[in-house]
Design a protein around this ligand. Structure first.
Ligand code: ZN
Length: 286
């Protein structure tokens, strides 16, 4: 079923894509009373007022949502990690993968600037877990990556310098996106930093915002974070202790799998770092 969807929202004005084109909408006052904020990506029911104007009457249930940047119903997140300048930050990448997993968004992992340092070995680690994962350089073929955009709502996430706009320009050459530079010139604290828009790209849609370096969904906790590392699951059920945190050796089947070479050391190291951070944070909060 094709539903109407919010493609842009600025200051209480929503651009809703419908079968008849874009309809400019405001939200029903009821949403504000209920503390519901319509998000870019929301599937909605609208009342047409004519002249391409309308009202949002209802927001359909979301399959996921991010808090920062505010966007709903993403199908996939392309996580970009450069091999040089800056060098890969695997704990950060693995944290983003876990966050996406627990939020119910499919991560796609892309190592960029592989002309400067080969990223194939890293890409293979993530392929072996079951992720779509690529090692790319400016000269390599990206048709397979572009094909993943078809009929999906995607977002690209990566810090300055990882080649996010370079990749997006290759996938959707006609696209002119607001860049971080422009948003800086427009001034900090303005709605532009919270502004997410859906743009057409390679047969699908890409959600973009000047601030899409990182994203934040639900709060990770030390209790749930292992679920964000998919390759742990098959082993974790064989740990000696039911509540094993997979950080110390005592009968831990996950650590045994790392030692046997069945789980990448870097993935487990990322997990331990993340787990310790979350544990310290929880204790600090108490
Ligand atoms: Zn364990």
């Amino acid at each position: 079923m094709i539903t109407d969807r919010i493609h842009n929202s600025i200051g209480g004005n929503f651009a809703v894509m419908t079968a008849q084109g874009i309809v400019r909408c405001r939200a029903r006052g009821l949403f504000r009373k209920q503390g519901i904020i319509p998000l870019t990506g929301d599937h909605v029911v609208i009342e047409h007022l004519g002249n391409h104007e309308g009202y949002i009457l209802e927001i359909l249930p979301r399959k996921n949502e991010l808090r920062r940047p505010p966007v709903a119903n993403l199908d996939q997140l392309f996580l970009l990690c450069s091999m040089q300048k800056p060098r890969p930050n695997l704990p950060l990448l693995d944290t983003l993968i876990a966050t996406a997993e627990l939020a119910g968004i499919t991560p796609v992992i892309i190592f960029t600037k592989c002309d400067l340092a080969c990223g194939q070995a890293l890409a293979d680690i993530y392929r072996s877990i079951g992720y779509a994962s690529f090692a790319i350089s400016p000269s390599c073929d990206i048709n397979e990556i572009a094909s993943l955009f078809q009929d999906k709502v995607s977002a690209l996430c990566g810090n300055t310098g990882v080649g996010k706009s370079t990749l997006l320009n290759r996938i959707a050459p006609d696209l002119t996106l607001p860049t971080g530079e422009i948003s800086k010139k427009l001034g900090r604290g303005r709605h532009t930093t919270r502004h997410v828009e859906l743009f057409p790209a390679a047969g699908g849609w890409v959600a973009d915002t000047p601030g899409f370096a990182f994203f934040d969904a639900l709060e990770l906790t030390k209790e749930t974070v292992a679920d964000g590392f998919l390759e742990f699951a098959n082993y974790a059920q064989h740990c000696k202790f039911h509540d094993c945190a997979h950080v110390k050796d005592s009968g831990c089947a996950v650590i045994a799998a790392v030692e046997a070479g069945n789980i990448a050391k870097s993935r487990h190291a990322s997990y331990v770092e993340l787990y310790d951070n979350l544990k310290n944070k929880n204790e600090w909060e108490k």
